[in-house]
Design a protein around this ligand. Structure first.
Ligand SMILES: [Fe+2]
Ligand SMILES: [Fe+2]
Length: 202
């Protein structure tokens, strides 16, 4: 799968996200982070260069589809397209400056010789968590509404480390904020349907 969708991201971002500080955040992503080249994971979904960018767009498109399915064309009366773009495109900015490339020795299937093969490993330069870290990074540039913050913070749903540690706070958030439920669902659909690994699909 081709992982480079820079223009689509930048065009969508600039067209929909006009909030004070939005330009500074985009500048940070473009010039001070690896957002446009980072993978979305080390070995699960979209573990290739540009995978994070690709995943962010996939989640945004899935979220719009879910909103249309749930509320019809009038979803824009309920949620602003700006909110939906912020939540979809930026939910995983916690993954910038997070992966580095390392090498492992692998025996070549063709020649039997050992060769160095690159792989992504986690090197978290800002260990703050996951959804909460995205909220923290975005908050350094622009204000989020309560519902946007909830949706980004809890986008991992039951897979979030806090939930896996026994916290029920995510359920309370989902009861109260439908956008958080839809964002988690969009993340799940993008990860397991849009980004299904090719070897699994065969
Ligand atoms: Fe995530
Ligand atoms: Fe995600």
């Amino acid at each position: 799968m081709e992982g480079k969708r820079d223009n689509e991201f930048i065009t969508t971002y600039r067209a929909l996200i006009k909030r004070e500080g939005a330009d500074k955040l985009l500048d940070y992503l473009m010039t001070k982070s690896d957002f446009f080249t980072a993978p979305a994971s080390s070995k699960f979904h979209n573990d290739f260069e540009g995978g994070l960018l690709d995943h962010s767009l996939n989640v945004y498109h899935r979220l719009v589809k879910l909103l249309e399915g749930e509320y019809g064309e009038t979803w824009r009366e309920k949620y602003s397209p700006e909110s939906v773009a912020i939540v979809g495109l930026l939910h995983d900015v916690c993954k910038v400056n997070y992966y580095t490339v390392d090498y492992r020795n692998v025996k070549s299937k063709d020649t039997g010789a050992w060769e160095k093969v690159p792989y992504y490993k986690v090197e978290d330069t800002l260990p703050y968590g996951h959804g909460e870290k995205s909220v923290y990074i975005i908050g350094g540039f622009m204000r989020l509404s309560r519902e946007e913050a909830m949706a980004i913070n809890w986008h991992m749903g039951g897979f979030d480390d806090r939930a896996r540690g026994g916290s029920f706070t995510v359920s309370a958030a989902f009861q109260e904020y439908p956008l958080a439920v839809l964002t988690h669902t969009a993340d799940f659909l993008a990860t397991y349907l849009d980004e299904k690994k090719e070897e699994d699909a065969e």
